[in-house]
Design a protein around this ligand. Structure first.
Ligand code: IMP
Ligand code: MG
Length: 183
């Protein structure tokens, strides 16, 4: 586990702790409680968006106290550290969401394009409802009209890694969330 204050180097970039493991844990527990309350009496399906949300989804699911299913898809619109226009589906849905209450679990919303595309595609499958949970949101980077229903943390327009988030494939296994160092 990385200690608070520690700087980690991934490839050519240096990162410092931005949100500690404990801070994340507390917020994830709050979101889990909110979801359990909002979906009480329902049987939602949690749709975690791979790869980035795998740790968040695993922790969030264990903080949800109502019956729910958990499934995964893998989509991307990111190339290294740059957002692109195209949404690519690497792993599609393996269960039907028609007539279901769907809770999308995403790691981070930057331009919002990935989630905008995904929500549009999922809507055509006629779920009863779709809500969007994102651990992180960069409000200043949004380029499309998208409003997550549950947000862990709003962050400045900085590149972050850890807790599932990567820089060019690395850093997902870090326990804290790290941001690029200033210098
Ligand atoms: P968007 O379509 O621009 O909102 O991009 C969302 C996706 O890009 C997320 O699911 C992440 O996989 C990736 N992403 C955006 N910002 C970051 C970041 O700061 N660190 C790591 N991945 C990011
Ligand atoms: Mg993602």
């Amino acid at each position: 586990m990385s200690k608070q204050g520690e700087v980690v180097k991934i490839k050519d970039l240096s990162f410092e702790v931005y949100l500690s493991e404990q801070t994340i844990k507390e917020r994830v527990s709050e979101i889990g409680a909110e979801l359990s309350k909002s979906y009480a009496g329902k049987n939602p399906i949690i749709l975690a968006v791979l790869n980035g949300s795998f740790i968040f989804a695993a922790d969030l699911a264990r903080n949800i106290s109502i019956p729910c299913e958990l499934t995964f898809i893998k989509v991307s619109s990111y190339d290294g550290i740059q957002s692109t226009e195209e949404l690519t589906t690497h792993i599609g849905l393996s269960v039907s969401i028609t007539g279901r209450d769907v809770i999308i679990v995403e790691d981070i919303i930057d331009s919002g394009k990935t989630m905008k595309h995904l929500m549009h595609e999922l809507s055509s499958l006629e779920p009863t409802s779709i809500s969007l949970v994102t651990l992180l949101l960069k409000p200043d980077c949004l380029q499309v009209d998208i409003k997550p229903d549950f947000i862990g943390f709003e962050i400045p327009p900085e590149f972050v890694v850890g807790y599932g988030l990567d820089y060019d494939g690395y850093g997902r296994n870090l326990s804290h969330i790290f941001a690029l160092t200033k210098e």
